[in-house]
Design a protein around this ligand. Structure first.
Ligand code: FSX
Ligand code: SF4
Ligand code: F3S
Length: 314
């Protein structure tokens, strides 16, 4: 174990990440997960000396791949390595080396070998009209793949609004009959909502599972409470302006420059559950409202229909 940890820290250092940077990240992740700081060393251990690497089958349906991109690229430049270190990714169309028949064989083999034991991660909505004819991978429809793979998993995590709630392809008039993975398969899923979702919330969910042996507590929609327990509005640094009726009524105005509340230009923060104001994106750089853009409600079901027009007051 000690040797393994030493090697882990050496690997990080080679990437220019000090032990201090890593511990800072673990502290941040532990706080995001809603655990006390006494868990920080244990969280670090999950990465540095993983006692198990759960097999993962990662499926793509109808989506923009922004979810994978957000996990694999934008956060800490080295987080992709951590994620790939603690999970044993058996199948992932975006990052696996295999292609064609070989890739499909990998999927079949993983499903057989780890039946009832693997974690399924899904991105994208599933077309149901015309026998699922609107979306195929390797000659099989999304619908067939989802119904084949998801029921065999120990648990399914739907990452992003598309797999969790249907997403943009399910927006009216929804010609392909797109639905969430849960609706397509009848299997309850854990939902890392958002378009794109925050990678920290995915990593937090996985670490929770490895550390405590169970998935985190969920809200009634299936979103982890640690991440989706409060509204954007309740955590927003512009909230005092809202209370004082200091409103932006036009983009590019003096009020906008002063960082006033974006409610009147369409902010959906009061009806959106997510932790963006606290966790932020891109290594804690910023998030929509901080950048001067109203929240469009991207972690809520059917937000393309229910939260539009985006620039009109709720
Ligand atoms: Fe959807 Fe994800 Fe938005 Fe894109 O996989 S939630 S369109 S960020 O890519 O599914
Ligand atoms: Fe609420 Fe949006 Fe105003 Fe922030 S900017 S206080 S989330 S309405
Ligand atoms: Fe989405 Fe609103 Fe956060 S648009 S990224 S939930 S601020």
């Amino acid at each position: 174990m000690e040797k393994e940890q030493k090697q882990f820290y050496e690997r990080l250092e080679q990437k220019g990440v000090s032990r201090r940077d890593f511990m800072k990240f673990c502290t941040f992740l532990t706080a995001t997960m809603g655990l006390s700081s006494s868990f920080v060393p244990k969280v670090a251990e999950v990465f540095a000396a993983p006692s198990q690497r759960p097999p993962v089958v990662w499926l793509h349906f109808a989506e923009c791949t922004g979810c994978s991109e957000s996990v694999l690229r934008s956060m800490y430049p080295w987080i992709d390595e951590l994620v790939l270190d603690i999970l044993s990714i058996e199948y992932h169309e975006t990052i696996m080396a295999a292609a064609g028949h070989q890739a499909e064989e990998n999927l079949q083999m993983a499903m057989k070998k780890y039946a009832g034991k693997f974690i399924c991660v899904c991105e994208g909505g599933v077309a149901t009209k015309y026998d699922g004819g609107w979306g195929k991978v390797g000659g099989q429809t999304f619908l067939e793949i989802a119904r084949d793979v998801v029921p065999k998993a120990a648990a399914t995590i739907t990452i992003g609004n598309c797999s969790s709630f249907g997403g943009i392809q399910a927006a009216a008039p929804n010609p392909g009959g797109y639905v969430s993975v849960e609706k397509a398969t009848g299997v309850k899923t854990l939902k890392i909502a958002g378009c794109p979702p925050n990678p920290v919330n995915f990593v937090g969910t996985v670490v929770n599972y490895l550390l405590l042996g169970k998935l985190p507590a969920l809200d009634e929609l299936g979103r982890p409470l640690f991440a989706y327990g409060k509204t954007i509005h309740d955590q927003c640094p512009r909230r005092a302006h809202f209370e004082n009726d200091e409103m932006v009524t036009e983009f590019g105005s003096e009020e906008a420059a002063m960082g006033y509340c974006l409610y009147q230009v369409g902010c959906k923060g009061p009806e959106t559950y997510n932790n963006c104001p606290v966790v932020k994106f891109n290594d804690g750089t910023s998030w929509p409202v901080e950048a001067g853009h109203p929240c469009i409600g991207c972690s809520e079901p059917n937000f393309w229909d229910t939260m539009t027009p985006f620039y009109e007051e709720l």
